[in-house]
Ligand binder design. Structure first.
Ligand SMILES: Cc1ncc(COP(=O)(O)O)c(C=O)c1O
Length: 388
């Protein structure tokens, strides 16, 4: 039984190897500090949990969601965008999602045909390149590296390549490199997309996870961006609701409508009780988020200072809960990951999980409490692991 080409064409899933490695070490009874998946461990606001429990007692919340979406949720999402990012949107410019990953991948299916070309910076969150591949499209890599702040160099893209492309996918602050982009970059990206007739996707999953007062901007805040751009938002990271599967997309009404169209053929929308509780989350004001940011900033400081005491020379990233860490000489991303699991019981993601250009790096997700992060550093120290 031969799988469809769309599955066969996917690059190797390195995280499957990692899962095997974890299972082997766990079977030996080892206590692993797992800093692999960006699954936040801060709790959702208690008001949100209470709203969910209350919504469970309402019989209508156990039926299918409506195809048009929940108007209260949509309104709360639009208000949120205005309050948090100063972007003004109309009611036909939003669609609720079962998490932004679902929306990103289905958007690829809504707009890409086999052999269409998509510009994607690498390293990247896997759905940014796996979504287009699943839709049969070809990914044109925009390489990013430390010396250019992990931003693609749009000036270096050949005219003929840009003209062939149909779509460009960006996401800043970015997973896995934790880089943020300045407003000028978004202006340039919107200009570039318009010039070459590209659909511009911006994934703002980490819009609220920033430090040192460096708040990220929405791509839609660039003048004229709405003509070509769709932006993806999620409650997963901001409100510690990754398991709830709730996000939304905003932007150009035609792009939103096509995403809604493909979704009506694939799913029945979220569990209404989740939508009701998520609406409460979107109406919350900033006390909760300030505390959440403090939590991750503190973990960032412990981990960066700890690694630097072992020879690394890391700068503190201004956003996301990731650290993008070069591996010591003599290791690959995968062999260093293996070494960390086997000798220190610390599990991280090999950079190659985020595309080939992630070779030479590991990604650490700061998804455990301060004491465990301190312990991770001590385990590295005891195992003689250092950067040289
Ligand atoms: C850049 C980026 N976008 C989207 C997602 C997925 O978010 P969601 O839980 O909304 O599907 C992640 C998860 O790690 C991410 O890093």
């Amino acid at each position: 039984m031969k799988e469809a080409q769309r599955l066969l064409k996917l690059p190797t899933y390195v995280f499957a190897l990692l899962d095997k490695l974890k299972a082997e070490e766990k079977a030996k009874g080892k206590d692993l500090i797992d800093l692999t998946i960006g699954s936040p461990n801060h709790l959702p606001p208690k008001e949100v949990v209470a709203a969910f429990i209350a919504a469970l007692n309402e019989p209508n919340n156990h039926r299918y969601s409506s195809f048009e979406g929940d108007l209260d949720f949509n309104y709360a999402a639009l208000e949120w965008c205005k309050r948090q990012y100063n972007i003004h949107l109309e009611k036909n410019e939003v669609v609720q999602l079962l998490g932004s990953k679902e929306g990103l991948v289905h958007f690829a299916f809504a707009y890409l045909d086999p052999n269409d070309k998509v510009l994607v910076p690498l390293p990247a969150y896997p759905a940014h390149f796996r979504g287009p591949i699943l839709a049969g499209a070809d990914v044109i890599v925009m390489p990013t590296a430390e010396h250019n702040g992990w931003l693609p160099d749009l000036d270096s893209i050949e005219e003929s390549i840009a003209e062939q492309a149909k779509m460009m996918i960006l996401s800043y602050p970015t997973n896995p490199t934790a880089a943020a982009a300045p407003p000028e970059f978004f202006e340039k990206a919107v200009h570039f997309a318009k010039k070459h007739d590209l659909i511009l996707i911006h994934d703002l999953a980490y819009g609220e996870l920033y430090f040192d007062g460096k708040k990220p901007i929405s791509c839609l805040s660039v003048r004229g961006a709405k003509e070509i751009c769709i932006e993806f938002h999620t409650l997963s990271k901001t409100f510690g609701m990754a398991g709830w599967r709730c996000g939304f997309a905003v932007g150009n009404s035609q792009l939103i409508e096509s995403l809604r169209k493909i979704k009506t053929n694939l799913d029945y929308g979220p569990f209404p009780a989740i939508t009701k509780a998520a609406t409460v989350a979107l109406k919350m004001h900033n006390g909760y988020m300030a505390k959440m940011r403090q939590t991750y900033q503190c973990r960032r400081d412990i981990m960066v200072d700890g690694l630097n005491s072992l020879g690394w020379k890391l700068k503190k990233p201004t956003a996301t809960f990731y650290l993008w860490v070069p591996v010591p000489a003599g290791y690959t991303a995968m062999s260093f990951t293996q070494h960390l699991v086997q000798h220190a019981g610390v599990v991280v993601s090999p950079g190659t999980g985020f595309g080939e250009l992630g070779e030479g790096y590991i990604r650490i997700a700061l998804v455990d409490i301060d004491d465990r992060i301190k312990e991770a550093i001590e385990r590295l120290r005891k195992a003689g692991i250092k950067y040289a």
